[in-house]
Design a protein around this ligand. Structure first.
Ligand SMILES: [Zn+2]
Length: 215
């Protein structure tokens, strides 16, 4: 199932496993990956979480920006799945002492989801879940408001605005579930924190987050 595949950058055939597992050596030579210890530390600086997984730093990298854009707006579910699977193959599976771990994608408002046809975070979570052998609870969180854009807000007002944006379904979470929230990009961490707060409010445990990129 895994090999052979094509490089996500140039489309060249990948005849066997490469370091990155998703691109050819030429395309991945200068990819600013965050798979070591730096990524989780940067994530923990932005929001308090036990576990953090991140693929790469987005800033200034045209090829990776194009990948994210294709995942978000291009309707490319398979690419989202592949990147999620790649992340799971490069980051060790978190293992809490009791309870199960589930993956919960950051939801879109139903109206936006209907416009776009899919939620990119859900497909990243599916790929990640496949690599880690974990279930994806795609409906455990919902976004309660549609008409809020966070793009031009300051860090403080973003956190304030986002706090009430998400709600968790109590029935989707079992007691002792450890939830990893999955998204494509982490900016300030306000969205992930708000999702974590909603999960806690519904009785779940927020273990942390997995994102493809740090902006
Ligand atoms: Zn390539």
């Amino acid at each position: 199932m895994l090999w052979p595949r094509h490089c996500v950058g140039c489309g060249d055939w990948l005849a066997g496993p490469t370091d990155w597992g998703i691109g050819c050596p030429r395309c991945t030579l200068d990819w600013p990956d965050l798979l070591g210890v730096a990524g989780p530390i940067l994530m923990k600086e932005r929001c308090r979480l036990e576990f953090g997984a991140v693929g790469f730093r987005l800033r200034g990298h045209a090829l990776l920006k194009a990948q994210l854009s294709e995942i978000k707006y291009g309707g490319n579910r398979r690419l989202a799945w592949r990147w999620g699977h790649w992340l799971g193959n490069h980051v060790p599976l978190p293992a809490p002492e009791n309870g199960r771990v589930i993956l919960v994608p950051v939801p879109l408002h139903w109206r936006k989801r209907a416009q776009r046809g899919y939620n990119q975070a859900e497909w990243i979570a599916r790929g990640l879940g496949s690599a880690w052998g974990l279930p994806v609870a795609a409906r455990a969180l919902k976004r309660t408001r549609h008409d809020v854009s966070l793009t031009h807000l300051s860090r403080a007002s973003r956190a304030e605005t986002v706090r009430e944006l998400y709600a968790a379904h109590r029935v989707a979470l079992q007691h002792d579930d450890h939830v990893i929230v999955v998204d494509d990009v982490m900016t300030t961490g306000a969205t992930l924190s708000a999702c974590g707060a909603a999960i806690r409010a519904a009785g779940g445990r927020w273990l942390g987050a997995a994102v493809l990129a740090l902006a």
